[in-house]
Design a protein around this ligand. Sequence first.
Ligand SMILES: NC(=O)c1ccc[n+]([C@@H]2O[C@H](COP(=O)([O-])OP(=O)(O)OC[C@H]3O[C@@H](n4cnc5c(N)ncnc54)[C@H](OP(=O)(O)O)[C@@H]3O)[C@@H](O)[C@H]2O)c1
Length: 295
Amino acid sequence: MTAPDSPVPVTVVGLGAMGRAVAGAFLRAGHPVTVWNRSPGRAGELVAAGATEAPELAAAVAASPLVVVSLLDQRVSGEVLRPVAAELAGRTLVDLTSDTPERAREAGEWAAAAGIAYLDGAIMVPVDVVGSPEAMVLYSGPADVFAAARPALAALGGDARHLGEDLGLAALYDLAMLGFFYSAMAGLVSGFALVGSEGVRAADFVPFAEGIVSILPAIAAGTAAEVDSGDYAVSTGNVVMEAAGVGHVVAAARARGLDTGVIGAVKDLLDRAIAAGHGAHEFSSVVEVVRKPAA
Ligand SMILES: NC(=O)c1ccc[n+]([C@@H]2O[C@H](COP(=O)([O-])OP(=O)(O)OC[C@H]3O[C@@H](n4cnc5c(N)ncnc54)[C@H](OP(=O)(O)O)[C@@H]3O)[C@@H](O)[C@H]2O)c1
């Protein structure tokens, strides 16, 4: 990567796995980097690569106009950052720590009151992808703050998305993507367990799992159109038929002594959609049950 035209000094607060990856990406992009971590001993490789380790957080913050944070959660961010609010005033603070939209908005209110230009961010890729052209990082907060910080933030990845001024948006998208991903992962390992119960290796099932993955983009777009319009009229499947199919998965898993928590929850959701009058509708109609769960 070539050095930026005017490298901006960057301070990275938090040197867990992600904080170290973030600091490394800024270093590789040619930015002067100062780092700080609660526990000593985590900056060795970064210092060897040219970073400066500050002994105190206040000194670390004072070293750079751009302060980037990666900590366990935003409760911890608040505990760590609030005592150095005076040093942060007049600087740009980008908190890449994952948490809820509520915590992000709360942090934004604190930052505004303290005179800190604030963005919330969410890194959507593993540590080894940070800094690559494919790395997706979501941001929310004031557009002018994002525009000013963007050239430096480009070091973290080529796919930087500003979702809007509402500070909760990056966390909202982050959580929606995590919920989708982990639900799919739970379904994947459940599938491995089901075929494995009859001696089939997980690796031998992968090409079939990939078949499901390959049809998802078109299904996502079609389902989104139905969810946005509220028109669940059937063009392909219907919930009664789909619930019957899911029931077969539950029965087969139960017969083999497997945990049915994941697929059983799907069956329960579909049954409640049928009870709510969506039996003859598309799967997309299940969103109505998710939006208004029974009391
Ligand atoms: N790792 C990933 O693949 C990944 C991917 C996407 C997003 N993220 C997000 O990135 C953030 C950081 O993740 P990580 O993987 O770097 O986690 P991690 O390796 O567990 O590091 C946690 C960091 O938080 C600090 N910390 C925890 N409690 C603290 C406290 N009470 N006071 C001060 N510092 C405290 C730790 O400091 P000490 O060293 O002193 O314990 C460390 O710097 C999380 O929000 C995570 O969801 C991670």
